[in-house]
Design a protein around this ligand. Structure first.
Ligand code: FES
Length: 517
């Protein structure tokens, strides 16, 4: 029971994000011909749309290509904090990159915040933009508290406006917290929808349900190919603004990124929310911010990160958030729940720029470590400046080629590749589960004809059976019962219960099997 005496288990049966549920989503045709353009941007989330807008504004002919529906990647499932307080990052940046680069990281994010404010341009209510103080906090002593104190000292060194405090506006018994004033929250999809409209007004073209696959021609003019219809897009530059780059180009991105899922619920609280955006640095993490919804304030409570495809009971993560929210604020209702997937780089700094040192016509932006609102915006500027041949003082810090010579990174890549190898077909535990015992609405890894298979029984009792071998690089997918999806632990591909691709890098569905055979 929570303090109000109401019981838990108010979670919606199916996941849906507050942002997607409260936005009229436009739709666009599939690409049905060969085309030529200055720039092809692949991925229509906040990075792709901001990049496309900036380039179209500078006079470039730009085509935006999306494998599924626009805004359906991480942008539609974020907690949407517009902040330069990216957890505990500044002390680490000083240690790895030095003070000058650490300060640049802050300034790049600060400029991104200003850009978003300019786009919103006095229409704060329309975009749900609200000025907030951001806090990172701990309830622990010892090493965790010391680390947070170190982070605060990094603020002082870098002249980042901040404050040390041992009290929060929320009733959480913290031992310490670092406040960064002057940050924002907003409605991410109202914002990107507005940018999309501006892009279209500038003559931009958008194609949905258009997956890039097949051979990317880099000898001579750059040319991409669609998976369905084999249409060619000939362009001067291509931008990968999806999660994993659509083309690796020997950049070893699959070994240099790992994937995490995290969860969020939108709660109608019993007690008034005092404002502010919060992130605990303890384990499990907790994140809070509010959002306007039908004339009321909801509180978005997030956290419970784990490596994709490696959590046994994903619904438990939502329940943990529900208990936390109930104890802290009292939960009258929980209209929405959703989860998101984020990529994290080897050194926690995103990869933004040319895919390799030798191929500067293909640009990537990935590895935002959950801080996609400002990072996407600064990425769009770095990439558009590269294409427009303008200097950008942040390009070097974020360059994907930055650690060519670091031997410890090479060791990590080898180890990471070994872990992935263990997850491929034949090296994971077989299941003894029998699909005949599945209840309606349940899924599980089962044994079928002596082979590992994935079974799901829908609400009407219809059985779906898939081969659990990921079509990307052959790892074994696991059942995610919170989202009713098959998730791959290697690079985060996700499939629906019937095997259709929900999230790449995979572009082919899981093989369907016949339950009767
Ligand atoms: Fe790469 Fe599954 S093997 S996502």
């Amino acid at each position: 029971m929570n303090p109000s005496g109401t019981s838990y288990h108010q979670l919606p049966r199916y996941p849906e994000s507050l942002w997607r549920a409260t936005t009229d989503l436009p739709s666009f045709p599939r690409l049905a011909e060969d085309i030529e353009t200055d720039v092809a941007v692949v991925g229509a989330g906040i990075t792709g749309i901001t990049t496309a807008y900036l380039l179209a504004k500078a006079g470039k002919d730009v085509v935006l290509l999306e494998a599924g529906k626009i805004f359906n990647g991480t942008t539609g499932y974020t907690t949407a904090k517009v902040t330069a307080q990216h957890g505990q990052i500044y002390h680490e940046l000083i240690q790895h990159f030095g003070e000058e680069q650490a300060r640049l990281y802050y300034e790049a994010n600060r400029e991104a915040i200003e850009f978003i404010r300019d786009i919103v341009g006095g229409e704060e209510d329309k975009f749900g933009l609200k000025l907030e103080d951001a806090y990172i906090y701990t309830e622990q002593d010892g090493k965790t508290l010391e680390k947070l104190e170190q982070e605060y000292r990094a603020y002082e060194k870098l002249d980042i406006p901040g404050e040390w405090t041992d009290r929060l506006p929320l009733p959480i018994p913290v031992t310490g917290a670092v406040k960064m004033p002057g940050q924002y929250r907003f409605h991410p999809l109202h914002y990107v929808k507005h940018l999309t409209e501006k892009f279209l007004e500038l003559g931009g073209r958008i194609y949905e349900n258009t997956t890039i696959g097949g051979k990317i021609e880099t000898d001579g003019p750059l040319s991409l190919q669609t998976k369905r219809g084999n249409h060619r897009i000939t362009c001067k530059y291509a931008v990968s603004a999806s999660h994993f780059p659509f083309h690796d180009g020997k950049g070893l991105y699959f070994s240099r990124l790992h994937v995490e899922r995290s969860y969020a619920i939108a709660v109608k609280p019993e007690t008034a929310y005092p404002g502010g955006m919060y992130l605990s640095v303890d384990n499990p993490t907790r994140s809070l911010r509010s959002a306007s919804y039908q004339g009321e304030e909801l509180v978005i409570v997030g956290g419970e990160n784990h490596a994709t495809g490696r959590s046994i009971c994903t619904h438990q993560h939502y329940e943990n958030l529900e208990v936390f929210a109930g104890n802290l604020l009292g939960a009258i209702s929980i209209p929405y729940r959703w989860s998101a997937q984020d990529l994290i780089t080897l050194d926690n700094v995103p990869y933004i720029g040319p895919i390799t040192a030798d191929e500067d016509r293909i640009l990537v932006a990935t590895g935002y470590r959950k801080w996609g609102m400002t990072t996407s915006t600064l990425a769009a500027h770095i990439i558009s400046d590269h294409i427009l041949e303008a200097d950008n003082r942040y390009a070097e810090l974020f360059s994907p080629s930055r650690f060519k010579a670091d031997p410890s990174i090479k060791t990590f890549i080898v180890q990471n590749a070994a872990v992935a190898k263990d997850l491929v077909s034949g090296k994971v535990d077989m299941s003894d589960a029998d699909m005949s015992t599945l209840q309606n609405g349940e899924g599980a890894v089962v044994r079928h004809n002596g082979q590992r298979a994935g079974a799901y029984k829908d609400e009407e009792g219809k059985l779906f059976l898939v081969d659990t071998t990921c079509t990307h690089m052959g790892c074994e997918v696991e059942w995610n019962e919170g989202e009713r999806s098959w998730d791959c632990p290697c690079h985060g591909s996700r499939y629906g219960y019937n095997g259709e691709v929900l999230e790449g890098p995979a572009t082919e569905p899981l093989k369907q099997l016949d339950p009767e055979s």
